[in-house]
Design a protein around this ligand. Structure first.
Ligand code: J2J
Length: 537
């Protein structure tokens, strides 16, 4: 077993196997089985590239052979930072087949995050595009390579510059023994609330079960066409049911390089897309753009929205605008995913975040002392189940806080359960800002700001925002003359922090309000900010 991974207790694992949730399948086998069953069906469409299941399967074998020839071995960690291109799926399936473990970085991550992932996981390889969205990832790789001794290979999709081209690796397939279904398959990233992002180990068994459940709930089949518009490495478009669920169902994945209506709408019309997933701010943009009726979006059957709370008002506009059903998705990379069901009534779909995938998902709603609240009351959401992790990777101290002694994950979300059993997200107890689906851990940004010589103390809080739902505000007690906000933000960028974590607003103060026990009261800071900003428009 991979050191640093917390397995399910044997009694639970046995139960999940007996119930048929874990069926002993791996990702590599899954793709092979689909390619054998329907080789000519279209698996992936990305730009001008169109790959059938047979072609995808063959390319994955060739790439796995190439990785093997480089010396990449089972359990080796490989940081994958690719945008929505065909190579993304080839790379991750090749690593799955080999039993090497992708670490799913986001294209927005920069030096601070990437070097941390590489160091913490002792990654042997880092896979990037040459350029994407105006950014040259090779310059980032040069910085990272200099600081991470374990990193032996930088592999580039496109013009490799000083590194190695991924395209040169495809080789004659070799026999590989492959991983076991109970092995860790990859690492997802936690939105987190701590100083550094936590890594989430997911196994073949548990993740494939979440795919199968998602496919059934979303009614995917061989005719389904999934548009991947959100960053492909994020858990939502990867698995709920996402690209992997679509391949599980034998459908077609269409990759959009960016999620704007200009890019996505023509793809929906051309490829007859049936389902796609968005975060709420994008859903608002799509709702506006669809009014123009310039593209034929009539193939869409399901528009999924999740990652942050969608307003009931926006939810109600989806069916009249797109002529399809909305599906709210409340999930987390740690596991538990809730969906409204496609045949739920309109009220349920517009006002709740749905219910868990599995009858074996255990959900508790508790007060501050871990006592169950009365039915219908709001409380902390705790969960345990066949696809929810029992611990973050190599994080023993944090795990003792993030999980109960009997293995429930403390989600940090405040929810209530309706009489019909649906979850409604009412708020959050974790110290995180949900910036339109992008998660910002307050402590991580605070630590970076504290490194500035003119910053004495700092507290990062959420401020309400009509478009993103929330933005970040950093309250700063300066040491002397305060630096300008622009200088502070430039400082954060120079430290290699992803752009979505840079504060949207900086407020200088002389002191922080305190709680009764002498901690900084972020609640009072948010209140002070609300008073300063005036009523929401
Ligand atoms: C309110 N808050 C939500 C929702 C997530 C499917 C969908 C989303 C994610 C995801 C995912 C929310 N309303 N509908 O992994 O498979 C907030 C909660 C949650 C956190 C998890 C998936 N949907 N959230 O967003 O790991 O606070 O996963 O705990 O990025 O997002 O974030 P993340």
């Amino acid at each position: 077993m991979l050191p640093g991974f917390t397995p399910w207790p044997e009694e639970f694992a046995a139960r999940y196997r007996e119930a048929g949730y874990w069926r002993g399948e791996t990702f590599g086998q899954m793709l092979r089985e689909r390619a054998t069953r329907h080789p000519e069906r279209m698996a992936v469409i990305a730009g001008t590239q169109r790959l059938s299941y047979r072609e995808l399967d063959t390319r994955v074998d060739q790439l796995a052979a190439g990785f093997h020839a480089l010396g990449i071995r089972p359990r080796d960690r490989v940081v994958v930072q690719l945008p929505n291109i065909g190579a993304f799926l080839e790379v991750i399936f090749a690593l799955f087949r080999l039993g090497a473990l992708p670490v799913f970085a986001l294209p927005a991550h920069r030096h601070a995050e990437i070097s941390y992932f590489c160091e913490f996981t002792e990654a042997v390889a880092y896979i990037i595009p040459d350029k994407h969205s105006g950014f040259d990832y090779r310059t980032l790789a040069e910085q990272v390579r200099g600081s991470v001794p374990t990193l032996r290979h930088v592999l580039v999709v496109g013009d490799a510059g000083p590194f190695q081209a991924l395209s040169g690796l495809y080789a004659e397939p070799v026999a590989l023994s492959g991983p076991a279904p109970s092995d860790v398959a990859f690492f997802q990233l936690s939105g987190g609330s701590t100083g550094v992002p936590k890594l989430i180990p997911r196994t073949h068994d548990d993740y494939i079960y979440s795919l199968r459940g998602s496919v059934e709930i979303c009614q995917l089949d061989g005719d389904s066409v999934y548009l991947c518009a959100l960053p492909a490495s994020h858990n939502f478009p990867l698995s709920s049911p996402g690209t992997l669920g679509t391949l599980y169902a034998g459908g077609t994945v269409v990759m959009a390089l960016n999620p704007s209506p200009d890019e996505a709408f023509p793809l929906i019309a051309r490829e007859r897309v049936t389902i796609t997933a968005l975060v709420p701010p994008l859903a608002m943009i799509w709702l506006e753009a669809a009014q123009a009726r310039r593209h034929d979006l009539s193939s869409l059957r399901v528009l999924q929205v999740g990652g942050a709370r969608l307003s009931d008002e926006a939810a109600r506009r989806v069916r009249p605008t797109f002529g399809c059903t909305l599906q709210q998705v409340f999930g987390m990379a740690e596991g538990l995913v809730n969906y409204t069901r496609l045949d739920d009534d309109e009220e349920r779909i517009s006002t709740t975040q749905g219910r868990p995938i599995s009858p074996a998902d255990e959900v508790r709603v508790v007060d501050d002392e871990d006592r169950d609240v009365a039915p219908g009351e709001t409380g902390h959401l705790l969960t345990r189940g066949p696809y929810t992790i029992r611990g973050y990777y190599k994080a023993e101290v944090h795990n003792a806080r993030a999980f109960t002694t009997d293995g429930f994950y403390r989600t940090g979300d405040l929810v209530r359960v309706t009489a019909r059993g649906d979850l409604v997200v009412e708020g959050r107890a974790k110290d995180q800002i949900n910036r339109g689906g992008d998660k910002v851990a307050a402590e991580e940004v605070e630590n970076h700001l504290l490194a500035h010589p003119a910053v004495h103390n700092v507290a990062v809080v959420a401020m309400p925002d009509a478009f993103l739902g929330e933005r970040t505000c950093a309250f700063i007690i300066p040491r002397e003359t305060p630096p300008t906000p622009a200088a502070l933000n430039a400082f954060l960028r120079s430290r290699g922090l992803a752009a979505f974590k840079i504060p949207d607003r900086i407020e200088f103060v002389d002191s922080f309000p305190q709680t009764g026990v002498g901690k900084v009261s972020k609640k009072d800071l948010r209140g002070a900010l609300a008073a300063r900003l005036g009523p929401r428009t």
